[in-house]
Write a protein that binds this ligand. Structure first.
Ligand code: SAM
Length: 254
């Protein structure tokens, strides 16, 4: 499990490689800078479009009221923020936070092309040290992002800190597949098919090899739940989707 100390000394994993902890952020940055332009196309190709269903469910079941102020961390190209806009209404405020300027730029352009301008803010930031005051959001979401954060405990603590009392945090992330019969098929898809799709569509096999490896290194359902409890969240729970290919974790600030 990934739990490096906060000052980023020592080593951590980058996929299956052990790297100096201080280097991981740069390596993850290179992955997303490389794939930013083709990121959306690749998501559809890799998951046969199922990521859209997971994201819709993630947003549809979120605790949202009209007019809420929401932070979508690791917001990337904006899929979650676009769905949240439908729920939060025109009076709501959506902040997309992402460490990678290129992913944010693609997200902002997509959002603007869809007419989603008012009420959106784009902030380049590291999930481990958020540039927002305490208790400033009604809901904090992170989808397919926590896996890439070097110090996940710090990321969770920051999500807790910026949440208002009564607010909800939601994590959508790849998790541990629970159906034994499906595991060999999933492994074949992850390690044999994904890098080839990455090469074909994005000209980059390595980034998609990293994706498959990083999923296997991510804390499974119960461990992530206890990490959220340690970060301060109450009433933590999770729900597996597609036999645990992904899980939605929730927690509240009380
Ligand atoms: N949430 C989007 C989605 O579901 O399509 C994008 C997910 S993408 C797989 C992961 C995103 O996490 C990338 O945009 C990457 O730049 C961002 N990211 C990685 N490490 C981060 C960090 N420490 N802080 C904030 N964002 C980070």
């Amino acid at each position: 499990m990934n739990s490096p100390d906060p000052d980023h000394a020592g080593t951590t994993h980058f996929g299956f490689r052990e790297v100096p902890t201080a280097q991981k952020q740069k390596l993850v940055g290179e992955v997303f800078s490389s794939v930013a332009a083709k990121y959306d196309l690749m998501n559809d190709a890799m998951s046969l479009g199922i990521h859209r269903v997971w994201k819709r469910y993630f947003v549809a079941t979120a605790q949202v009221r009209k007019g809420d102020r929401i932070l979508d961390l690791a917001g990337g190209t904006g899929d979650i923020a676009a769905l949240l806009r439908e729920r939060v209404g025109q009076t709501g405020e959506l902040v997309l936070g992402d460490i990678n300027g290129e992913m944010l730029r693609v997200g902002r352009d997509r959002m603007t092309n869809r007419g989603n301008v008012r009420g959106f803010e784009y902030v380049q930031c590291n999930a481990e040290a958020l540039p927002f005051p305490d208790a400033s959001f009604d809901l904090v979401t992170i989808a397919f992002g926590l896996r890439n954060v070097t110090d996940k405990d710090a990321g969770l603590r920051e999500m807790y800190r910026v949440l208002k009392v009564g607010g909800q945090a939601r994590v959508l992330e790849f998790s541990e597949v629970k159906a034994d019969w499906f595991k060999p098929i999933y492994d074949f898809h992850s390690f044999k098919v994904l890098p080839k799709l990455g090469k074909l569509f994005a000209g980059d096999a390595d980034s998609y090899q990293y994706l498959a490896e990083s999923i296997r290194q991510h804390p499974p359902q119960d461990i992530l739940k206890s990490m959220m409890e340690t970060a301060g969240f109450a009433r933590c729970d999770y729900k597996n989707l597609s036999a645990g290919i992904v899980a939605i974790h929730t927690g509240y600030k009380v």
